[in-house]
Design a protein around this ligand. Sequence first.
Ligand code: ARG
Length: 457
Amino acid sequence: MKLWQGRFATPIAADADAFNESLSFDKKLYKVDITASLAHSEMLCRCGVISETDKNAIHDGLNGILQDIEAGKLIIEGQEDIHSFVENELVSRIGEAGKRLHTARSRNDQVATDFRLYVRESATQVIGLLKNLIATLIDLSEKHLSNIMPGYTHLRKAQPINCAQYFNAYSEMFMRDAERFQDALKRINVMPLGSGALAGTSYPINREITREILGFASLSQNSLDAVSDRDFVAEYLFDCSLVMAHLSRLCEDTILYTSTEFGFWEMPDAYSTGSSIMPQKKNPDISELVRGKTGRVYGDLMAILTTIKGVPLAYNKDLQEDKEGLFDAEKTVKDSLAVYTSMLQQITLNVKRMEKAAAEDFTCATDVADYLAKHGVPFRTAHGIVGKIVRYCLNENKTLESMTMDEYKAHSEVFESDILKVVKAKNSANARTSVGGSSRQSAKAGIKSLKNRLKKL
Ligand code: ARG
């Protein structure tokens, strides 16, 4: 039976019912729905709206429903949504007292409350997964603090960098993501319960009591807004989207660096896949899937933004569309973070190959220009001289390291023998001691700073 059947002469048509229902997906909210109903009935009792006897019956009934669902004894089916399901089940178990549960409440403030409880828990879990990933990246940074690799711009070798600085860069991104979720929690953790259908309630309720029981940080301040606000869903999905964007970049690097062309990292067999026809293949499907799944999370964000834009005050059924996208993004982000972290824990670095690559292809050319500039040559002039040196090397099949002192002198009198140290890749990386730079010392400071922030998350 519908909660709202009284006004209607005929039951809802089967196709309309099937189209209207949300139980098939909002059954995920059973626990938060029961938690919120326990708090609501407790508050109603303390405010004298329902009797102690009714409250106790409601609590026993709700706790029994929760236990039976979790034990697999009660299947969630046959109703319009999770709120109808729990209420109908309660009434069938405890009778009249169950019919008092919905006093001073509407499904509109109920669903908004349930969903905020759910999203609050979910955001906290995503922060936990981000912390694991950052810790794994920091482990790699510490392990490879003395190693260098080529740094790229335009996917062309640019300058030698410290390996720890590389991993720290991703830690910074995921740190921002975790902080972003924490900031969003300030707006998620606001309680709409007590807003009624749209206009509040005339019962002598005390919203503070429910707020405290449910652990919300504050109360919504406008009932019209509270029942129809889904900003927190859009914000959660935006935060998920950025996590996926950052993961996707890391996956792209992983795909490149584990290829034979780069040969920088070795993917663990346990996180690789093969080909049904080419026996030699070792494919990076996990990384490709994370990269691919980024699209669906962006889609979930676009969907909610589009859904809310035309919704007149206050609640409209459009808002039921808030759930499936969020569940989809939540699963995608959690699964992606977990599997990528596990894979990264087993990845090994081919240090020799990376360090060799870091020294090749004139990666220290900027250092040579800087050398001249530090000795008084205007940087733009120095840039031109080094450009010619590179061209000379390419013609003569030489490197900056194999150039003789005479050859350097032929390009500029300013060069002295110390230039031969400047063009060593490790020295180049270590010379960049600016805050956040590629030197070992800067990368070490970066790790320290990340660890401090990780502790505070
Ligand atoms: N299933 C609904 C939703 O998710 C619950 C609220 C229904 N409210 C209403 N006035 N029909 O939005």
